[in-house]
Design a protein around this ligand. Structure first.
Ligand SMILES: [Fe+2]
Length: 334
């Protein structure tokens, strides 16, 4: 099947990006920019994934600028990276699962332009876990953006990924970057005292400011905790407690293509706040689908899974659930 919106060879005729750094909206005027500069958040002056910062491996593989107005975004979530040779909960090789997920992303017939990682990058927020996560994610040749989850530690997270250039120096890890014609707005929904999520007033004010600055142009909002009820009681107990506040805010703005989340280790989609909200599967494990209010929580090992978002001004957002390792050989199309 041909994908008309993903024609190779289209130029970079994108609108001037904008960036929000240190929780402040700022506008930029740029001149000629090389291809990596056009892909990078404007808050940085060098390619965010080719820094010499020792906390982030150098990534310098060039990508052909194969898209114009459309783009492909892979969403990985809940990686739960452990220190080398350590199993997640002593049972699952989450590090190897991430390697397989990245393999799958790199084997796609069209290479994603960006990767978004929606939280729980590490199992316990330990420095050695972040170091290993950076090493594994360093294989990605395209820019990648991360947000924290409840298993991350905010300051350790900030320290580990500060070299990428998009995280604020203080406060909640909220940021916004331009992905060409699409804005990415990242919210920090973590709560130091709970595995459930919350959004403080500072974050909500910042989000309102950011969305106003977009003036209705397309945006993706990403956050770790789903702000909606998913119908699985043991997951809803750890959702985002400020979901209704966020729904009121999101619902007032045009152009929000979707709210992309992680946390629940399941692929779930629902209409919410006049847009779509969805969660990505974990690359590491699957949480059981048990709908009874009295169900006992359970997790399973599962094939590597992630979401692949195709976006274009014509079609909007089209999302595919990718599972890797289910089939041995491709079959004819029938
Ligand atoms: Fe998780």
């Amino acid at each position: 099947m041909k994908l008309g919106c993903m024609r190779p060879g289209r130029g970079w005729s994108r609108r001037q990006p904008r960036s929000l750094k240190n929780n402040r909206v700022s506008k930029y005027v740029i001149g000629a920019r090389s291809w990596w500069q056009r892909r990078a958040p404007l808050a940085v002056s060098s390619p965010p994934h080719a820094r010499t910062d020792t906390s982030v491996p150098r990534q310098c593989l060039p990508l052909a600028p194969h898209i114009g107005a459309s783009m492909l975004i892979a969403q990985l979530s809940d990686l739960h990276v452990c220190a080398p040779e350590v199993l997640y909960h002593g049972l699952i090789d989450s590090n190897e699962m991430l390697v397989r997920a990245i393999d799958s992303v790199l084997e796609l017939d069209l290479r994603p332009d960006f990767v978004v990682i929606t939280g729980d990058v590490t199992a316990d927020g330990l420095p050695e876990e972040y170091e290993h996560a950076c090493a594994l994610l360093g294989r990605l040749p395209m820019p990648w953006y991360v947000i924290p989850g409840n298993h991350d530690k905010r300051e350790a997270f900030r320290q580990a990924f500060r070299g990428l250039g998009f995280l604020p120096e203080t406060g909640p890890l909220n940021y916004a970057v331009s992905l060409g014609n699409l804005n990415l707005v990242a919210l920090d929904s973590t709560d130091d005292c709970s595995h459930a999520g919350s959004l403080d007033d500072q974050t909500l004010l910042w989000l309102e400011d950011a969305l106003l600055s977009f003036e209705g142009r397309p945006a993706l909002v990403v956050m770790h905790h789903p702000p909606f009820s998913c119908g699985i009681s043991y997951l809803d107990a750890y959702g985002c407690v400020d979901g209704e506040k966020l729904a009121g805010l999101i619902g007032r703005h045009r152009g929000i293509e979707a709210v992309l989340c992680g946390h629940v280790h399941r692929s779930i989609v629902r209409k919410w706040a006049n847009t779509l909200a969805m969660s990505a599967p974990s690359t590491a494990s699957e949480i059981a689908l048990r709908l009874s209010p009295l169900a006992t929580p359970a997790s399973f090992s599962a094939p590597v899974g992630y979401l692949l978002h195709m976006w274009s001004p014509v079609n909007g957002l089209v999302t595919h659930l990718v599972r890797s390792g289910l089939a041995l050989d491709p079959l004819p199309f029938f």
